[in-house]
Design a protein around this ligand. Structure first.
Ligand code: ADP
Length: 159
């Protein structure tokens, strides 16, 4: 049984993240999508809000589990018995960063293999920071995030 973890900030979870997760769930026996957080860094959404929104967005994917962790990804992977680290690639900028990250993780824990999935062209430009920028400027984010995420973000912005 191959278990993959898909770590990230997911602040917020976007349609690009969902696409990578869905493909991962078709390849691996189980995928754990895990919100990685740093107690000293405050995001737009709380960790609990991110986990909750992802759970609702991925309820239809039966072999996907949603979790959160703080600290080193490799330690979390060991704890979960994961063999694969799943990451998404959009551009060569992502590649430069992900190459370094993957090699660092490998130096810390050789048993964890990073698998990259290339984003579909229609999701290529979507990023969590772009979604937040459009949101705070009252733009339409409905094309970029799942519906439940869209509704929650708008209600949080307006309160
Ligand atoms: P991090 O802070 O770890 O980069 P993100 O939430 O920004 O967390 O991204 C998590 C993962 O999802 C990364 O591998 C990132 O490259 C990937 N990703 C982000 N946006 C997209 C997208 N639109 N299409 C495909 N992969 C994406």
């Amino acid at each position: 049984m191959t278990i993959a973890i898909y770590p990230g900030s997911f602040d917020p979870f976007t349609n690009g993240h969902l696409d990578i997760l869905k493909s991962g769930s078709e390849i691996f026996d189980k995928v754990i999508i895990a919100v990685s957080y740093n107690i000293n860094k405050k995001g737009f959404l709380t960790v609990d809000e991110r986990v909750d929104l992802i759970k609702k967005s991925v309820a239809h994917l039966k072999n996907v589990e949603v979790d959160s962790f703080n600290g080193l990804t490799v330690e979390y992977a060991k704890k979960k018995g994961a063999d694969v680290l799943l990451r998404g690639l959009r551009t060569s900028f992502d590649f430069e960063y992900e190459l370094q990250l993957s090699q660092t993780n490998n130096a810390l824990y050789d048993n964890l293999k990073t698998v990259f999935l290339i984003t579909k062209p229609e999701y290529n430009f979507i990023s969590s920071s772009m979604v937040k920028e459009i949101l705070v400027n009252n733009g339409d984010i409905s094309k970029f995030v799942p519906q439940n995420v869209c509704e929650f973000l708008i209600s949080k912005r307006d309160t």
